[in-house]
Ligand binder design. Structure first.
Ligand code: ADP
Ligand code: MG
Length: 348
C-alpha cells in the first residue's frame, strides 16, 4: 500500500469548507460536494433581545416588511464586520447548515474564508474569531480578489501579471496579481449597493417617486447599463409618490438609469485605471495579453465590459459564473493548502 500522510486519513473524517462571506451573498463550498449554499448575507434580529430570528434567504425576504419589533441587517454591508455578534451568528448558521447536509456526523470543519482586501487587522481578527467561535477547527483567511482570481482560473501562481476586478454589493476590489502576490490593490466602497442608491435618488428627484431598495436592485439588474445598449429598454417601477402620498407606477428607460448610475460607474472605472497606472510596466505588458477579468455580481451589469474596454484599452472579460469565483477559489485552496499557503492572510 502506498504511503499516505496522516493528513490524508484525517481528511477522510473532516469537513473542509470554503466560505465567501460577501457583503451581499454568502456562499459555502464543501470539499467534494461543491457549492452547497448560496444565500443573501442578511439577518433579521429581535430588536429587544438582539437574537437573530432569521438568517439568509428567509431574512432577505423580510427586508422592508419587518414588524416594528424586528430589524433586518446586513452585518457586512460595507465589506467589513459592522456587527460582530451578528456576523458570528451568521457564520455559525451557514456552518451548521453545511453540516446538516453531510451524511455522517463530522468533527469541526477546516474553513477558508474570503475577506475584503481593505479589511483592517481588527476586522480580520473579528472574522477569524467569529469562525472559531462558530465551531471551525482551523480557520484560514484569503483576500477576496485573490480567491476570485483563483476561482476564475487566472495564473496567480505564475510569473505573469493578471488583473481581477471583483464588483460585489458593498465593495469593489481591484487587484493586480503575480506569483502568489498582490502587486497593486484597491478596495473601494462603491459597488452594487451604491448603484441601487443612485437609482432611488434619481427616481425620487425626477419623479417624486420613492422606491424601495429591492425595487431599485431589480431596475439595475433588468435595465441598468454602463454603455449604450443596441436596443434600449424600459420597465415599470412602483413606489410612493412623495407629493400625493399615494402609490404610483411609472415607466423608466435604460437611458435614464444609465445616467442615474453614471457617476458611480465612473468611480469604478477610474479605480481600475488608477490601479493600472500603478502597475509596473512588465506587468502592464502581460495584461495586454491576458486582459482584465471581471467577477462578482457587478460584472453582470450590462455594457460594463464594453465601457471598461473603451476606457482602459485592454481586453476585458467576465469570469465564468462570476458570482461564485470567490467560493470556488476558497475551495481550491482547501484542495491544496500546502501549495496555496502563500496566498493566505496572517491574522496577527
Ligand atoms: P458580494 O460579494 O459583496 O456579496 P456579489 O458578488 O454576490 O456581492 O454581488 C452582489 C451584487 O451584484 C449586488 O449588488 C447585486 O445587485 C449585483 N448584481 C447581481 N446580478 C446583477 C446583474 N445581472 N446586473 C447588475 N448587477 C447585478
Ligand atoms: Mg464578493
Amino acid at each position: 500500500m502506498a504511503f499516505r500522510p496522516l493528513s490524508w486519513f484525517l481528511g477522510l473524517f473532516s469537513l473542509d469548507i470554503g466560505i465567501d462571506l460577501g457583503t451581499a451573498n454568502t456562499l459555502v463550498n464543501v470539499r467534494g460536494k461543491g457549492i452547497v449554499l448560496n444565500e443573501p448575507s442578511w439577518v433579521v434580529l429581535d430588536k429587544k433581545t438582539k437574537i437573530p430570528v432569521k438568517v439568509g434567504l428567509q431574512a432577505k425576504e423580510m427586508v422592508g416588511r419587518t414588524p416594528a419589533t424586528h430589524i433586518a441587517v446586513r452585518p457586512l454591508r460595507d465589506g467589513v464586520i459592522s456587527e460582530y455578534d451578528v456576523t458570528k451568528e451568521m457564520i455559525s448558521y451557514f456552518l451548521s447548515k453545511a453540516h446538516q447536509m453531510s451524511i455522517v456526523p463530522l468533527p469541526q470543519p477546516r474553513v477558508v474564508i474570503g475577506i475584503p482586501s481593505g479589511a483592517t487587522k481588527v476586522e480580520k481578527k473579528a472574522v477569524y474569531d467569529a469562525a472559531h467561535e462558530a465551531g471551525a477547527r482551523e480557520t484560514y483567511l484569503i483576500e477576496e480578489p485573490m480567491a476570485a482570481a483563483l476561482g476564475a482560473g487566472l495564473p496567480v501562481t505564475e510569473i505573469i501579471g493578471s488583473m481581477m476586478v471583483d464588483i460585489g454589493g458593498g465593495t469593489t476590489e481591484v487587484a493586480v496579481i503575480s506569483m502568489f502576490g498582490v502587486v497593486v490593490s484597491r478596495s473601494l466602497r462603491v459597488a452594487g449597493d451604491e448603484l441601487d442608491q443612485d437609482i432611488i435618488t434619481y427616481i425620487r428627484n425626477k419623479y417624486n417617486l420613492l422606491i424601495g431598495e429591492r425595487m431599485a436592485e431589480q431596475v439595475k439588474i433588468t435595465i441598468g447599463s454602463a454603455y449604450p445598449l443596441p436596443n434600449e429598454k424600459t420597465m415599470n417601477v412602483r413606489g410612493r409618490n412623495l407629493v400625493t402620498g399615494l402609490p404610483e407606477e411609472l415607466e423608466v428607460s435604460s437611458v435614464e438609469i444609465r445616467e442615474a448610475i453614471s457617476g458611480s460607474v465612473q468611480v469604478i472605472v477610474d479605480t481600475v485605471k488608477d490601479a493600472l497606472d500603478e502597475a509596473p510596466p512588465e506587468i502592464v505588458a502581460d495584461l495586454i495579453e491576458n486582459g482584465v477579468c471581471l467577477a462578482g455580481g457587478g460584472a453582470l451589469l450590462l455594457g460594463l465590459k464594453e465601457r471598461l474596454m473603451d476606457e482602459v484599452n485592454l481586453r476585458v472579460w467576465v469570469a465564468e459564473d462570476p458570482l461564485t469565483c470567490v467560493a470556488r477559489g476558497a475551495g481550491m485552496v482547501l484542495e491544496d493548502l500546502d501549495k496555496f499557503e502563500n496566498l493566505l492572510v496572517d491574522v496577527d
